[in-house]
Design a protein around this ligand. Sequence first.
Ligand code: CO
Ligand code: CO
Length: 320
Amino acid sequence: MHGLEPVGDADLLVGFGTSDDAGVYRLEGNMALVQTVDFITPVVDDPDQFGQIAAANALSDVYAMGGRPLTALNICCFPGEGIDRSLLAGILRGGAAKVKEAGAALVGGHTVRDPELKYGLSVTGVVDARQVVRNSTAQAGDVLLLTKPVGTGALISAYRNRRVSEATMKDAVGEMTRLNAAACRLMLEHGVHACTDITGFGVLGHTLEMAEGSAMGIRLSSSRIPYYEESLDLIRKGTGTGVTRCNLRLVEGKLRVQGMLPEELLTLLADPQTSGGLLMAVPPESADALLSALLSTGESRAAKIGEVFPAHPSVIEIIP
Ligand code: CO
Ligand code: CO
């Protein structure tokens, strides 16, 4: 998405330039629109659950900017035949339920025939132009918080081969269907400097975007990053995703590992996430208050996972 920054529009507050989560466009005064689109292939068999996950995943980019979702449009790539219509209805039902939970209105959508089923949403939100939370404005000394465990990529790929326990999958579905709405509200209340959500590029990829966008270094404490136990087991046994290796390549030459970092932990940090948590850079004096607010508001696995430091060029330092 780099290199496409439109020029000459003063009202475009956030565009392509910094690989941010959504575009932000000023309407009038301090009122700005947040716009994003995201659609995915099925991650679980249950149509209603898949619809919920896809919607939570799409809505998340509005929350990652500090915005409030207003309207959403369905994007459906559905096979024309060989599929039970009730399954498609289930997906749409799940998606609609999440949009409603987010307080937004589902206003329409579009369906095309596609042999590979995909579903997602284009979401429009509003944000106070003075409160836009970019991914590129972290400051030296900021503490990094992450709100959801990582490892859904390995879980989903093992799930397709029936090699993941029901308990872990239930846990992960609970996390993936959970909106980042409360986390968004709390980060605004605590004056975070920067935020992004952890999705396809994994912890390392999205952390690097934040580091490079902010012209800073980021130190990650590998032992503090919340994850699904079973993901690490699966990775150790060789379960991967096609994307993990690409994610590792994207951060190549930009990692500095201090001390011991087991191979499987590095792989886990590159694991692509679906409907992942918010990664926030918060001033150190507010970090404890924000963390305890998160922990007591249903973000029970939120954790401090690192810090921001001056570095040029940007680097991700990984410590035990
Ligand atoms: Co995002
Ligand atoms: Co996105």
